[in-house]
Design a binder for this molecule. Sequence first.
Ligand code: ADP
Ligand code: MG
Length: 686
Amino acid sequence: MIMEDYHIIYTPLEKVSLKNFDEKKLFHLRSLGMGTVYDLLYYFPRAYDDRTNIKTIDQLRIDEYTVVKATIAKITAPPTRTGLKMVKATAMDGTGVLELVWFQMPYLRKSLKIGEEYVFIGQVKRGYTFQMVNPEFKLMASQAKMQDGEILPIYSSSKDLPQNMFRRIVHNFLSTYGDKFCENIPGEILEKHHLPGRKEALREIHFPSNPRALEEAKRRFAVEELLVLEMGILEKRYVLDQQKSMKYVLEDKKNLVKKYLSSLGFALTDSQKKVITDIYKELSGGKIVNRLLQGDVGSGKTVVSMVLLLYMIENSYQGVLMAPTEILATQHYLSVRDTFSQLGVEVGLLTGSFKGKTKEKLLRDIREGKIGIVIGTHALIEENVEFKQLGLIVIDEQHRFGVIQRKKLRDKGLLANLVVMSATPIPRSLALSIYGDLDISVINELPPYRKPVRTKWISNYTDAGLMYDFIGKKLAQGKQAYFVAPLIEESEKLSAKSVEELYGEVRKQLPDYRIGILHGRMKGSEKDDVMERFKKKELDILVSTTVIEVGVDVPNATVMVIANSERFGLSALHQLRGRVGRGPDQSYCFLVSYTDNAVSKSRLSIMEETNDGFQIAEEDLRLRKAGELFGVRQSGFSDLRFIDIIHDVKTIQLVKETCEAYLQSHGGKLANPFLAADIAEKFRES
Ligand code: ADP
Ligand code: MG
């Protein structure tokens, strides 16, 4: 049987028969997360033992995997609280001091020698000065026997799979399968970017012949990884752009939009109008809309989406609005249900809480077109809801809805127009790449007369007392307040204030007011009920976890208190603060934190200084790692292994342009079956 060549590299490891490759090794590789030959050969070294690049202690950088040379000055085996056996060594090299710690390897106490020079290989951590935990080490004397210029790979591995064995396995697989890794980057792109070929690069990244070749190989795989992702996204986009959508008529015959707008009691901002007009143009031009609508919290994205949905109704199409949580979906639903039904437009709410007969009827009404606008959670697309004639899908707060999900949605063959809305202010260059499949519109102004939220960091108990007095006065004036806690349950370890504990405190401090509680463990209907009562002003105070983080809109709530605010990232704080300052009254945000941590302190100061989401996003970039970044986490870009999406924006941009050009000149076809196979694999696994 001839298996098609481009699938061979995806052979499961257990189907591999190679000399010396036994069950035990298979087991260890699997526990490192590898399933196929591809996984193994794309499991690149995390560092290299490179004699030409041994660092001195003063050159070390926190978090980096490094090879460093130093002499051991002291060895101890101090007892630990947990009972783990620990060996500790202090090493020096005249430029600094390095602390080395090994766990569960008591024999090292004897085998390490004071006064000897070693090479240590591991990740640098912040310790007393610098620290490495469980580093590999070699006597410098034996290291000297290594051939000059030889660079050895160091893999993230466990004790059970020592480096030497790991290297042999990789070597073995390379000789057997290396040639099956046929080129998956189109030739013209390879040439244009001067990249080494796949087979060569695969050898070089595992067993580099020289530092330059290694760098080239790394660059190649960074491009390759991006290419697979971007090409997968853009390919779909290209196909869509070729499709002619139906042309929507721009009349407002039933005056639905006009009537809705006049019911609002405010005029749209210029930004809102411009976005609507832009999308309008596409609709009437017969182009399928694929758009990201970015706008800071409170910029009024919801209204825009409602206008678009009503246009669909005017054109006898149905529309969908998807929100990330039941609370948000319900809120959107309640905010338009009455107005819309007065206009003769039926709105349906579909969330996970609906079961049995109610749900069946709802689904039937949607199928038959009796319901024009469906509002629900993201489960909507998973559930295979059938429509009579779907014209528009709006996704609210898309940061939980990444590129993979969008592709899935499109793969269902839905040719509906798509608008995703996001309050995540990420730098434009990054947005262009992460949302490569979408055009971008920005609402860059807030509704007029809105006063910036006044923010104060409460750092001691005296101030906390004053804060409660102040809030009491606001409540007495008929305003409402949010109190947010970071965790659901008490946890000694994190000493964070739980919702319940916070609830107790608020009740003691503000005994005269009606307090509701909201957290993730409550049932959907309970949550809705509490939220509804808060909206109706039957509750003065809402104590909650971050379930209210996105989208919730109660303009009369003008006070936000965030307990243990050092436990939130900047973007989360910004989102939370965006829950107030939504009406014409001055709003206040109190960040309660008694922290001593320098990074936390600088975060809190930034919050005090600015209300500008983009500025905060920039600071967030500076203070955090990419994977943790709001809006990036689920984009499909946060698990890139060879690229740092923050620092390699240029590469991302370049690859995106390259893909676009390629698709243009090839009529949207991928001529390379190896690339196509990799794309299929990439989007399948998630
Ligand atoms: P977000 O963009 O964060 O989703 P919303 O759509 O929830 O913002 O709008 C925030 C608040 O501002 C809502 O109470 C909404 O009714 C109000 N709003 C929206 N547009 C305007 C406008 N043009 N003028 C005044 N208020 C507006
Ligand atoms: Mg919103």
